[in-house]
Write a protein that binds this ligand. Structure first.
Ligand code: ADP
Ligand code: MG
Length: 453
């Protein structure tokens, strides 16, 4: 199967070739032809399987004909985070270089002026996060009545972040006769309902889930004392052939403090978390991509779905509270056939979290035996003692009332797959979890597909 078999235009094929892609991924091979035929589509495939190009490529050909009109974007792509929106925009630039397409990015955290100006000149593609789009729509700065193609990307992420009501509102503002594409890594019932309501007779494509984890990722867990985590991390960074690494922490404060501490110890470390404004986050990401820093300390939301190539290591400085975050985190490494290593630090208080991870991934993660080298233990590294009460608070009690804001850092929740009674579940997850308890993890890039219906 080659890209040329999918019905894309010659100009587009040239751009794809220039981008270095030789073969479509399974989701691309399955999705591109029906999208070109203007069908609605549901595409379910794990992170890192190339979903972006599976809608960007056919969209470029679809939009190649037709005229732009002021304030009325011709197509709309919804993304849960600014970083993902920016990545989709980069994709349009890369593949659309032989086409005359205008694009606007509508994301929070950047000045609205330029975005409004671009819109008023007319755009073919509008890439937006739901919040900012609603904001502009309510101010009458944008008309969605000319929008004939809608993409809801990373739908399960949208759900996690509380964006579903916004998406429903947006969908109802678009013309009824439009093409709608929905992409997601999983299909929880809320997303299914959304699709039933807003897609018409969609083609359903699902990339098969493997029973085991990505074979390109070597996983380890490291038993640590919470107070030794930094020391253990530094030792691994020095001794495990690390070229580039992302270090995930559960809290924003940990991200900040860890980055500072690593820098003090001479590491080229950067940080990315939800408290940084958009330009700062993108700038930091660029520094990482450019190799100015080779260690990026990150929180889950800020790093979700980021396309950073060639990360040799992922460290879970904290065991993630949500097992699906584990899957997304370690999916940053072992991409595109390369082998990656993932280390998860497990302190005594992470016992339940790691158990949930192993339940989801379906096996025990091998223990990495590590003997701390005595040599370095500078005084400054002793974490400041915090009063007990404060610590408690930071851990965000599981039963705290849910705020109305979309969550930045996710508070721990009872994992739906644990044997908790139903009433314990978070209100946002009003629906039962999908029956399918299969592996939800990164997939070796080119796995077999099954196209249903
Ligand atoms: P997803 O949205 O499914 O998480 P992305 O669209 O972000 O995945 O793609 C993941 C990675 O795969 C990116 O680095 C992208 O450049 C790469 N990729 C996409 N399509 C191909 C292809 N056909 N061949 C090789 N690499 C690809
Ligand atoms: Mg994606």
């Amino acid at each position: 199967m080659s890209f040329a078999d999918l019905g894309l235009s010659d100009e587009l094929l040239q751009a794809v070739e220039a981008a270095g892609y030789t073969e479509p991924t399974p989701i691309q091979a399955q999705a591109i032809p029906p999208v070109l035929m203007m069908k609605d589509l549901i595409g379910i495939a794990q992170t890192g399987t190339g979903k972006t190009a599976s809608f960007v490529l056919p969209m470029i050909d679809i939009l190649a004909h037709g005229r732009r009109r002021a304030l009325m974007p011709r197509s709309l792509i919804l993304e849960p985070t600014r970083e993902l929106a920016a990545q989709v925009a980069e994709n349009f630039e890369k593949y659309g270089k032989n086409h005359d397409l205008k694009m606007a990015l509508l994301i929070g955290g950047v000045q609205m002026g330029d975005q409004v100006k671009a819109l008023s000149e007319g755009v073919d593609v509008l890439i937006a996060t739901p919040g900012r789009l609603m904001d502009l729509f309510e101010r009458g700065k944008i008309l969605l009545t000319g929008c004939e193609l809608l993409v809801i990307d990373e739908a399960d992420r949208m759900l996690d972040m509380g964006f579903i009501p916004d998406i429903e509102t947006i969908c109802s503002k678009l013309p009824v006769n439009r093409q709608t594409l929905l992409f997601s890594a999983t299909m929880p019932p809320v997303i299914k309902k959304l699709a039933d309501r807003f897609l018409s007779n969609p083609k359903y494509i699902e990339v098969a889930r493997p029973a085991t984890t990505n074979i390109n990722i070597v996983q380890h867990k490291v038993a640590v004392n919470a107070r030794k985590k930094r020391e253990v991390l530094r030792q691994l960074l020095r001794t495990d052939n690390v070229s580039t690494a992302i270090v995930f922490c559960n809290r924003k404060t940990t991200v900040r403090e860890l980055a500072k501490s690593l820098k003090r110890h001479g590491f080229a470390a950067g940080e990315i978390h939800g408290d940084m404004d958009q330009p700062a986050r993108l700038a930091e990401l660029e520094r990482f991509k450019a190799g100015e820093v080779n260690i990026l300390c990150a929180s889950d939301v800020a790093a979700r779905g980021l396309d950073v190539k060639g990360v040799s290591h992922v460290f879970n400085f904290d065991t993630p509270w949500h097992p699906d975050d584990y899957v997304h985190r370690i999916g940053r490494t072992g991409r595109g056939g390369a082998t990656g290593r993932a280390f998860t630090f497990v302190a005594p208080e992470d016992a339940e979290a790691i158990e949930n991870v192993e339940k989801l991934t379906g096996g025990k993660i091998p223990v990495f035996e590590l003997v701390l080298e005595e040599a370095e233990a500078p005084r400054e590294e002793k974490p400041k003692r915090e009063p007990r009460e404060k610590k408690r608070e930071e851990r965000a009690p599981r039963r705290a009332p849910r705020s109305e804001e979309p969550r930045e850092e996710r508070a721990p929740r009872r994992e739906a797959r644990s044997e908790e009674p139903r009433k314990e579940r978070r209100p946002r997850r009003a629906e039962p979890e999908p029956e399918d308890d299969g592996w939800n993890g990164p997939v070796p890039e080119f796995l077999s597909v099954s196209a249903l219906a």
